[in-house]
Design a binder for this molecule. Structure first.
Ligand SMILES: [Zn+2]
Length: 673
């Protein structure tokens, strides 16, 4: 017995020791690699793309994954093997300004938290703190909210600005802190600031990834790239079993009004209209989409107005105009990719899945844009420049955020004055024959207000809500912030026609079907809640015998895909039906609930929720070739734990596929020896 006790204690010591060992990040250069290759790079290999110059991709990985990259079909050079040591060295050599001089040095995590609290205490009428959660290691996830009457929900748009989500992109924190200070100290003195604070509710979260920030690491404490961990078009390239697996992304989605699987409801909800997500490592602005090359419905407005004005705001400052590769000419090297003044669609630069921009726009109807603030960061920002740099971006951010109340706005309530959650579609009839420009929810709070940033044009606008008669307003003239509000009063009832949209999952995607009747002459089908997420504008559905139509969505949104149909009457009125929701795992829980260890040396254990059907579990190599059939058979309904011996397989990156007749899941598996 004594021997056993000793062994137990030794084991415990070893486990604690292993838990504390920190695996450093490494920076690698992969290439030459084509854009097609780029789409596979992050999905199939244990790394996260940070930059792409048209032939080489700069990527983050971890020291213990470097060996695995040897078998990549592209060249791979290790730029910095131990980034955490590299950063520490650079910091020691960096210019140290006068610490007493504000904005001369980077704020630490503790200083950042204290500063936010101090500001809220100093300006209680226009600022308050909302702690939205805690990080993996228990640090504060802290927002500061700025608005006049900051404790009251008012008729005004809500906007969100977030800083360091990649922990080593430290300047993002400073840019948000500096904006916060200007908003608070210039309130009542600078008219642009006073207008913004009076007219909006501004949520600022300087540190989204505090655990990464304290050790200058891109990922969080669980080694997950948080900007790949949100649900919209998420895939398992972040190495996780499901989206929102991290407390940092769950907290962000929680206060941003997310109500999906895995997201708690611990803090107040917001319906953000505009957002900015700050990064560094390049100088450019990325607008949606990041996961696909198809244009977002609002592309023209985002590109030519919001992003251009951000860029112009920065260019007015001496900081960027003195830079050789600053705003304005940075994009010259990217002409093939439709860059204009270093403003480009995210996916055109390099595609990613599960990022903040796509989730905000696709799931919440919020136009969220990535800024890449500064070239060559990696912990080496010249500290003496911080104030000029932050000041330049202060002007850019102000110019961008001012668009939140430029466009369509008003309230949507029922006849008793109770706010109604509704869908708003905006259509510019001059686009032939019809094209939906925007599609979003209102803010179902006590106010029931909605805000849609739109270009100055004339639109037809339709408001729809379940159980109410839809309303269309034709010829609505949008003139920036002077647009006349439309206050909608919904009457109970249904529309002209009757339509039931049904959706169910098949092995090829989600099959949607509805009846064709003489009530309607045309249909538009949409995936998701967000703006312009059309499955296909002016869709011509395949008509079945018996007056029904169907459409197969081969690219549904996991884990939940929602659909609406816009039906047009012979008089040209629009009615919205839906949403119908399909959980891609129809049993509510993910198919795969556990897979460990990963990387694996010999025995792999897999836990899954069976729906009681036949399952096949197979191992593929990264080229998609079948390597091993691990399991084929029936599993009774409920939780199962299966173990496999993988010692016969050589070290490398594999794809583990679990499939049944109705569902499947692919997980990247790393075998080491
Ligand atoms: Zn970043």
């Amino acid at each position: 017995m004594k021997l056993l006790t000793v062994t137990f204690i030794l084991l415990a010591v070893i486990v604690v020791g292993a838990g504390e060992a920190l695996v450093s990040e490494s920076l690698v250069l992969v290439g030459p690699i084509s854009r097609d290759g780029l789409a596979m790079l992050e999905r199939d290999w244990p790394l996260s793309i940070d930059d792409y110059d048209g032939s080489f991709a700069t990527c983050y990985t971890f020291q213990d994954k470097l060996e695995l990259l040897d078998s990549m079909p592209w060249g791979c050079v290790v730029l910095v093997e131990d980034l955490q040591a590299h950063y520490a060295e650079q910091r020691a050599m960096a210019f140290i300004g006068d610490k007493d001089e504000p904005w001369n040095t980077l704020h630490t995590y503790d200083e950042t938290m204290t500063l936010l609290q101090t500001w809220a205490d100093t300006y209680p009428s226009i600022a308050r703190i909302v702690d939205v959660g805690t990080s993996v290691e228990g640090r504060h996830l802290r927002c500061i909210v700025i608005s006049d009457n900051v404790d009251t929900e008012e008729y005004e748009p809500e906007v969100r600005v977030i800083g360091t989500i990649h922990g080593n992109e430290e300047i993002a924190n400073e840019v948000v802190l500096y904006l916060t200070e200007r908003l608070l100290t210039d309130y009542g003195m600078v008219s642009a600031v006073t207008e913004l604070v009076d007219g909006m509710e501004i949520w600022l979260q300087p540190l989204v990834n505090p655990d990464g920030y304290v050790i200058s690491r891109r990922s969080n404490a669980n080694y997950v790239d948080l900007n790949r961990n949100l649900s919209y078009q998420w895939d398992s390239s972040d190495g996780e079993l499901h989206p929102f697996s991290q407390p940092e992304t769950r907290a962000l989605a929680d206060y941003s009004g997310g109500d999906e699987q895995y997201v708690p409801d611990d803090v107040e909800d917001n319906t953000f209209v505009l957002g900015l997500t700050h990064h560094s490592g390049a100088v450019c602005l990325n607008y949606v989409w990041n996961y696909q090359y198809t244009d977002a419905a609002d592309k023209a407005h985002i590109w030519h107005n919001l992003c251009q004005d951000y860029s112009d705001g920065c260019e007015d400052s001496s900081y960027y105009s003195n830079l050789d590769d600053g705003w304005g000419n940075y994009g010259d090297g990217y002409q093939n990719y439709d860059y204009m003044d270093a403003i480009c669609e995210g996916a055109e630069w390099y595609p990613t899945n599960g990022d903040v921009n796509d989730w905000s726009y696709g799931e919440r109807g919020c136009i969220d844009t990535t800024t890449e603030l500064s070239d060559g960061q990696y912990g080496s920002f010249p500290e003496g420049d911080i104030i000029d740099f932050c000041d330049a971006n202060y002007h850019g951010q102000m110019a961008y955020l001012e668009y939140a109340d430029d466009g369509l706005h008003g309230t949507a309530k029922d006849t008793a004055g109770v706010p109604v959650l509704c869908t708003i579609t905006v259509n510019d009839p001059t686009h032939s024959p019809m094209r939906t420009e925007a599609f979003m929810y209102n803010d179902p709070t006590v106010i029931g207000d909605y805000w849609l940033p739109l270009d100055d044009r004339t639109y037809d606008v339709t408001f729809s809500a379940d159980g109410y008669i839809p309303q269309t307003f034709e010829g609505v003239v949008v003139t920036g912030e002077t647009t006349t509000p439309i206050d909608v009063v919904f009457e109970a009832g249904s529309g002209v026609g009757d339509l039931t949209l049904s959706a169910h999952q098949t092995s090829d995607g989600v099959l949607l079907s509805w009846e064709i009747s003489t009530d309607f002459v045309a249909f538009n089908l949409y995936r998701d809640n967000g703006r312009g997420n059309s499955v296909g504008e002016r869709l011509n559905p395949f008509r079945l015998d018996g007056g029904a139509a169907c459409y197969l969505d081969a690219n549904p949104n996991a884990p939940i895909s929602r659909y609406r149909i816009e039906a047009i009457t012979p008089e040209g009125h629009r009615e919205i039906y839906g949403p119908v929701e399909v959980k891609l795992d129809e049993y509510g829980e993910p198919l795969l609930v556990g897979l460990y260890p990963n990387p694996v040396v010999s025995e792999l254990t897999l836990e899954l929720n069976s729906s009681g059907s036949d399952y096949r579990i197979s191992l593929y190599d990264v080229a998609g070739r079948l390597v091993d059939n691990l399991y084929a058979g029936t599993l009774t309904e409920g939780r199962h734990s299966l173990s496999f011996d993988l010692t016969t397989h050589s070290a490398g990156v594999y794809l583990l596929r679990v499939e049944s007749g109705v569902e499947s899941e692919n997980i990247r598996l790393v075998i080491t020896q």
